[in-house]
Design a protein around this ligand. Structure first.
Ligand SMILES: *Cc1c(COP(=O)(O)O)cnc(C)c1O
Length: 483
């Protein structure tokens, strides 16, 4: 009966004019609730600790309600509420979602989907011990980079390769290792911000380098670089302008010319490719993204790119280049701080093996599968989802299929769009904007949230990124009776 003396109870009774004491007494004790058969079954599955916590949370909420003058819940409602709390406590925070935004490599939704081989390799590496840094031939210590270095060398033509946590880390590490306390030349047209805190000037500062801006925003010439080289210069960097395009009266200097200028002055030349792709995407009629092997062939000493953009692997930063440059990078203390986990290495190795086999890439790599998905396949999926979507949206909305344009995403190929089909939902009423926001909110509140985009007075659900594995779940959720 200690509930009776809870702080706040007195004031509440004063304001509502109803004594809450009787209501508090109606609340069952924790022990009584632990004995409820349904809850006891939940304790078997989820554990007593989680159940106790759910019970205490719910009882606290009930006391709060009683204090506010609301009646106390009946026993079945209380048991159901505790069941919901335990489900919420046990549910992961990293929720799966159905991505119908039309962006294939969506940074906020986890970027590249991994190939089955990569997923299996991660699971196997996590379940048991693995020779991560162990040389099985000699029985001595091995190097974890060795797991992927040969594959990267073979795929890019580089003399040497190393890998770190992500491409931003790769850039910082390479700058710190090659140009700390020295000047680094970058074209004014390439002072990129990738998002968040990745801005070229800040990255330079973090790495301990002095950024020297060269040329102008739209035009930078070879003579601009040559004129900026001083005895303090340590490196020339080119950053791929991956999330925008400079169009019109423009000029930039290509890899071969920049490598020549750098080497003529005894300097290394580095390229931050951003996405990078290991195969020419024009093979599938997709827009071409620059390849690390091309920059290397043109003379770059170091090329960095992401593992989880167009490559279609895990989050990683890949650094390929000359033996001398990579050796310096490997020796830097930051390398150890940025090293990859065995999960990532397992996934990256499996992904690279798919590229080396170069066999049915567009089936085995989900990113490529989504990018090359046929219009008829996308349309067929949209047609299957249209009826349940119309039912879910209700009378106030009109749903139909419309052509749309998907984005590759993550800065890759910013101006290129892929033709696709979307479910297009518009409001029949006035104040359609509010209604669309509410509909989008209802879709996000589904057990597996469904994400689309609102523009041009409609909610667009692009079916390019509707995975075959999610289609049934989507239709089922849209058809479930509303509570
Ligand atoms: C995406 C990108 C980065 C950052 O790569 P992360 O893998 O996200 O760390 C750096 N530079 C360029 C040009 C990029 O496109």
């Amino acid at each position: 009966m200690s509930d009776l003396t809870l702080p706040g109870a007195g004031e509440a009774s004063g304001s509502t004019g109803k004594p809450p004491a009787a209501s508090f007494a109606q609340l069952p004790s924790v022990d009584r609730l632990l004995g409820e058969p349904e809850l006891a079954a939940l304790a078997q599955a989820q554990g007593q600790a989680l159940l106790k916590r759910a019970i205490n949370d719910e009882l606290a909420a009930q006391r709060e309600a009683i204090r506010a003058g609301r009646p106390c819940a009946e026993r079945p409602a209380l048991v159901a509420a505790i069941g919901q709390r335990i489900a919420a406590l046990a549910a992961p925070s990293l929720r799966p979602v159905i991505n119908l935004t039309g962006t294939v490599i969506h940074t906020n939704l986890g970027r590249a989907l991994l190939a089955d081989e990569a997923i299996e390799a991660v699971a196997a590496a996590m379940r048991g011990y693995a020779a991560l840094e162990y040389d099985l031939a000699s029985g001595g210590r091995g190097d974890r980079d060795g797991l992927v270095e040969d594959l990267l060398r073979e795929l890019t033509g580089a003399e040497s390769a190393t890998v770190v946590n992500n491409n931003a880390a790769a850039v910082v590490l390479a700058l710190a290792a090659l140009a700390a306390k020295k000047e680094v030349l970058v074209s004014r047209g390439e002072l990129i911000e990738i998002g968040g805190a990745f801005r070229m000037p800040d990255i330079m500062k973090t790495a301990g380098c002095r950024l020297v801006e060269v040329g102008t925003t739209n035009r930078t010439h070879a003579r601009d670089y040559e004129g900026a080289i001083t005895p303090r210069t340590a490196l020339i960097v080119k950053a791929h302008t991956s999330n925008y395009a400079v169009e019109g009266f423009t000029a930039s200097v290509d890899d071969a010319a920049l490598a020549r200028i750098a080497h003529a002055h005894g300097l290394p030349y580095m390229v931050d490719l951003g996405s990078g792709a290991l195969v020419d995407l024009s093979r599938w009629g997709l827009p071409k993204e620059p390849l690390p092997q091309e920059s290397l062939a043109a003379g770059a000493d170091v090329v960095t790119f992401s593992g989880d953009k167009l490559l279609g692997g895990p989050q990683a930063g890949i650094v390929v280049g000359t033996r001398a440059a990579i050796a310096k990078i490997r020796k830097h203390p930051l390398k150890r701080a940025l090293r990859l986990s065995k999960m990532t290495l397992a996934a990256l190795e499996a992904t690279l093996r798919i590229y080396r086999a170069d066999h049915r890439l567009e089936e085995r790599l989900p990113v490529l599968a989504l990018l090359t998905r046929s219009m008829s396949d996308i349309r067929a999926a949209a047609e299957r989802v249209l009826p349940p979507l119309q039912r879910f949206a209700g009378e106030g909305f009109a749903a139909r299929i419309e052509p749309c344009a998907s984005q590759i995403g993550s800065g890759a190929l910013p101006v290129d769009r892929l033709p696709s089909f979307a479910l297009h939902v518009s409001s029949r009423g006035r104040r359609g904007g509010r209604a669309l926001e509410q509909l989008a909110g209802r879709l996000r509140a589904l057990p597996v949230p469904v994400l689309g985009r609102i523009h041009d007075d409609a909610l667009w659900l692009d079916c390019r990124t509707l995975l075959a594995a999610d289609e049934e779940k989507l239709s089922e959720q849209l058809s479930a009776p509303k509570c």
